[in-house]
Ligand binder design. Structure first.
Ligand code: CUA
Length: 329
């Protein structure tokens, strides 16, 4: 195969991935940490490409050149130089470069006025906004809202097994390790919604453990924060009380909806769940229909997650429950 065809074969999948803009991509950075990571990726990719092309050309030469012309390929000095010395020098240079840049990243200690604690749980994300004393001022789930252009400090821990917090467009990944708190500082340079994904295998539904980081301008972020701190809005379902009554009877041991008697801590805080982008950590779009489906069949959609399928509800009850939850904006 001709070298340019080979190169096209290598590049085509990358370009395709880049074309699907919703997918998180290391090579599409929107924050300073991510820019450093992207630079490492390009240097490694460039270095790898140069070495690949050189080796392909040598291999082609070894096969097709006249026998007398390629005798030097068998010279011990060439074999030692190209086979041992060159790989050691090239790999060491790339390693030193990578360690230098990632060391710089690890040492950066930008003061971050906004502190957010994110806890990985099987298989969703508990998100708590903290005040200066480290007390929780607001809890939400599966979405981290941050102001653009401002450094944010994320304290990452886990409630059960190993998880890993990764938003490729904003930063490299950082593991969530039982018994420890790892700190990740990041800044988003452009407003947008950036998809994140658990990057450490954590059980059957690891792939369905996604989240979003929503970066918005300062005033928009302040508005969001103020709205999220409010208790849940009064029900506005056809039978206003029914959805909330069902929720308190069946769901309150696990979920909190601030402003109601539901104060469960096992599952995500649902006070403003209607305002979120997705349900079940990036698994479903968020509307009353998917909500009803999730309540009735959560074990079919995401087997082994901690929420049982509530398949004993009647259709009418499901509608009331889902409509009420969806109205919690
Ligand atoms: Cu959590 Cu993988």
């Amino acid at each position: 195969m001709k070298p340019h065809l080979l190169l096209a074969g290598v590049l085509a999948p990358l370009l395709l991935i880049g074309a699907c803009s919703d997918l998180p991509l290391v090579l599409d950075p929107h924050g300073s940490n991510a820019q450093q990571t992207a630079r490492i990726a390009w240097v490694l990719f460039g270095g790898g490409t140069i070495i690949f092309v050189l080796v392909a050309m040598l291999a082609a030469f070894a096969v097709f050149a006249p026998v007398a012309g390629r005798a030097w390929l068998r010279h011990p000095r060439f074999v030692v130089g190209a086979g041992i010395v060159f790989p050691i020098v090239a790999l060491s240079a790339l390693l030193v470069y990578t360690l230098a840049v990632s060391g710089e990243l690890a040492r950066s200690r930008v003061a971050a006025p906004l502190r957010i604690a994110v806890t990985g749980e099987m298989w969703w994300w508990r998100v708590r906004y903290l005040d200066a004393r480290g007390e929780t001022v607001l809890e939400t789930a599966n979405e981290v809202h941050i102001p653009v252009g401002q450094a944010v400090e994320l304290s990452l821990d886990t409630a059960d097994v190993l998880h890993s917090f990764w938003v490729p467009s904003l930063s490299g990944k950082l593991d969530m390790i039982p018994g420890r708190v790892n700190v990740l500082r990041l800044t988003a340079d452009t407003p947008g919604t950036y998809r994140g994904q658990c990057a450490e295998f954590c059980g059957a539904q690891h792939a369905k453990m996604a989240f979003h980081v929503v970066a918005s301008a300062g005033p928009d972020f302040d508005l969001w924060l103020a709205a999220q701190r409010m208790p849940a809005a009064a029900p506005r379902t056809p039978d206003p009380e029914q959805g909330m009554t069902l929720f308190i009877a069946h769901c309150a041991t696990c979920h909190t909806v601030r402003g109601t008697p539901a104060v469960g801590r096992l599952g995500p805080d649902l006070t403003h769940v209607g305002s979120r982008l997705t349900l079940a950590a990036g698994t479903l779009p968020n509307n009353a229909g998917t909500f009803a489906g999730w309540i009735a069949g959560s074990q079919h959609i995401k087997p082994e997650n901690r929420m049982p399928s509530f398949d004993h509800f009647s259709g009418e009850q499901l509608v009331a429950l889902a409509t009420w939850l969806e109205s919690l904006r």
